[in-house]
Design a binder for this molecule. Structure first.
Ligand SMILES: [Zn+2]
Length: 275
């Protein structure tokens, strides 16, 4: 059966600056990378006592399995046995929980890093003490963590599924049609618009399936199933999509793995699972 794809990893709390205790976990970021402890070809999240003076105070992010987890700015030089790893390179070499903790931590790190100053008056922002937000030290402008909702849709026609190859993604895999929700739009309208823009067809019987946070792009993916409608043939936009076609369950191309809601939805079609 289908895996749970995005465990609610943080017991969400207020962000606060604190001294990190020796046994507590530390997520140190530099640019798009996070510091991991290397054990053979596996990565695990380091603890404060393993990093010693290499890491100072941190921002408390929340609890993971009852253990406090912090975020800190990492120095370039780190002890032997630790290295900065690209966010996407962690995927095959860490357990599921660690992958999500580092990814959601990265989303918070990016948000803090991108909002050091107030966009309204230019003064420094600081952690708000009664909400999970930033507040301007001068004009009191409040900034919440950025979330960009996006739809992803599995379109069926008879016993076939529409899959598309994205021009911007490296590799050879095919996936579902996806796109960001625009201001003023319902998510059902986004489904219809994105499908028409990218592959030139109409859809009907749009049914919500489930959501998945996608911290790498600060997105919240909203998964839908829908059916082909009308008579239009597929007409790709040649901007985001380089190829799209209808695929039978027994002749699918390379598809995303089960880390993503797209991978899960394609397998629901393939295995003819009732949802
Ligand atoms: Zn301000």
């Amino acid at each position: 059966m289908i895996n749970e794809i995005s465990p609610n990893i943080f017991n969400i709390s207020l962000l606060s600056r604190e001294n990190i205790r020796s046994e507590e976990q530390v997520l140190c970021y530099r640019g798009g990378r996070v510091l991991m402890k290397n054990i053979g070809d596996k990565f695990i999240i380091p603890k404060k006592n393993e990093l010693g003076e290499f890491v100072g105070d941190g921002i408390f992010l929340g609890e993971v399995d009852g253990e406090k987890c912090f975020m800190a700015e990492g120095k370039e030089e780190m002890p032997q046995g630790f290295s900065y790893v690209g966010m996407r390179d962690i995927r095959g070499q860490a357990d599921k929980l660690s992958k999500w903790v580092t990814a959601v931590g990265f989303q918070m790190y990016s948000w803090l890093n991108d909002n050091k100053f107030c966009g309204r008056c230019g003064n420094p922002m600081d952690l708000k003490n009664d909400e999970r937000a930033l507040e301007c030290t001068d004009c009191k402008n409040i900034i919440f963590p950025k979330l960009s909702p996006a739809i992803i849709v599995a379109i069926k026609k008879d016993n076939k599924l529409l899959l598309a190859k994205n021009r911007l993604h490296p590799g050879t895999f095919y996936s579902l049609i996806a796109g960001y929700v625009e201001a003023g739009e319902t998510i059902e309208e986004t489904v219809k618009r994105e499908v028409m823009e990218e592959v030139g067809i109409d859809v009907k019987n749009i049914k919500y399936y489930k959501s998945q946070p996608w911290p790498f792009s600060s997105s919240l993916m909203l998964g839908f199933f829908a059916e082909y409608d009308g008579n239009n043939p597929i007409k790709i936009d040649n901007v985001e999509i380089s190829h799209a076609d209808w695929f039978d369950a027994d002749s699918l191309p390379e598809i995303p793995n089960m880390d993503s809601v797209a991978g899960e939805m394609i397998r629901i079609f393939r295995d003819n699972i009732e949802v």
